[in-house]
Write a protein that binds this ligand. Sequence first.
Ligand code: ADP
Length: 494
Amino acid sequence: MSNENWFVGGEKGMKVAFIGSECYPFIKTGGLGDVMYALPRALLRQGCEVRVFMPYYRCIPEKFKNQMTYIGSFMMNLTQDGRTFYVGIMETELDGVTYDFIDNQEFFDWGNPYTGLWEDIPKYCYFSKASLAVLNYLNWIPNVIHCHDWQAAVVPVYLRTLFDGTPVGAARSILTIHNLRFQGICSIDHLKYWTGLPDYLFDYPVFKVSEAEANMFKGGLAYTDRITTVSETYAEEIQTDFYGENLNGHLWYHRAKLKGIVNGIDIDIWNSRTDKLLPAVYSEKDVLEAKRKNKKALQERLGLEVDEDKFVIGLISRLTDQKGLDLINAIFTQMIDDRIQVVILGTGDPRYEDAFRYYESAYPGQVCAYIKYDESLAHQIYAGSDALLVPSLFEPCGLTQLIAMRYGTIPIVRETGGLKDTVDPYNEYTGEGNGFTFDQYRAELLLDAIKRAEQVYVEDRASWDTLVTRDMEKDVSWEHSADLYLKLYEELKR
Ligand code: ADP
């Protein structure tokens, strides 16, 4: 049988397999989890058939595990010395999208998704190969395999080597860079052992990055049919020294197949009109009144002084240097005045967690540092704050500024990556724009942007309120971007 016969989707529809390490609502640690949830659903609305592959982590909540069906299992050889591993398939469906979970206790039965590179590299080599093997096992052959980040980056390499000539070898591949900082780098020997891939791939054009080291992302970028990243600006930035994380040369070399497509958000989950987690739901029409109620509820919940006139600034973020927290730290005491309150929700690097805890104790009733991961509080902060800070050092796309706008909360962002592509600078003369922005990574510029925002809020509330309704009306949904992905899939199918 020729490979073409396996395109069972035929002319009727596009079959797409998503392969990635996290997916809301099963497991999410950041924006990747949101995209793995929202994009398949948007593609489904465009007529695609979508299956999502992810690991069957122990930490997936029981309520989801209880809904899964055991589909089958087989043994798969993986390593250089031919060790075989169990591959179990657990399946569930959510609103038309099928989710296949790859089960193997040895790899996925402990810890959170990411435990440390030494263990994560074998784990995701196994996961990548198993996902392709499962596609063959299920005899569900997609037109396109859409791989996400370094954890799925060896998929395109497997596809064109060990799986070439098998049914799934007929599929084309896309590798999306959600964050280039994480690449899956280890010793050549370690990667060679755990992928079981042939020696010739461990040279400079593919995996090799130095005499001793190999890089999973680099190999995938070389072998995939198309590379996408999550904004047009980031697609340009990663070809430069500053943002390229040592892969800028490699990306420049492969630039003909690189494209930026900005993320959207799921506007059903992030919907202020229906959000069950909000004390007061609202649309553009009653946003001003409802925001006052949500602000009050937020202040009460977090032990802040209850005062509807305070300018409440939110920060919802992984606490890492990527997010521009050094800038915030540098200007925190200058930023604070008696009109401002700050709410921080995040976990991460202890030095940032400690710094924010310190500010909470230094400014009681005015600053709250909630050092946790908490979905429900996130919704309340988006709704109850006036502004949201995203001063990132780099930001491939960023979702928090999109969610904020949808909730009528004005973003204060650095003009980098997706922040630049999604937030138009406010122009005080024409009143145009969506948020307050600054360009260079300098603390005084962040301070200036915050003070400009505060000034409009305090002194020109009518303009502020116009900005709030305009941001709520901005299209931040997936529809347009899903269309661009579909066009890319169609190009590949041809
Ligand atoms: P990244 O993927 O770099 O972490 P994004 O802005 O793309 O950043 O996505 C972050 C997502 O994670 C958003 O949905 C945001 O609301 C959520 N998030 C981040 N930190 C927390 C937290 N501590 N509690 C709840 N949600 C969080």
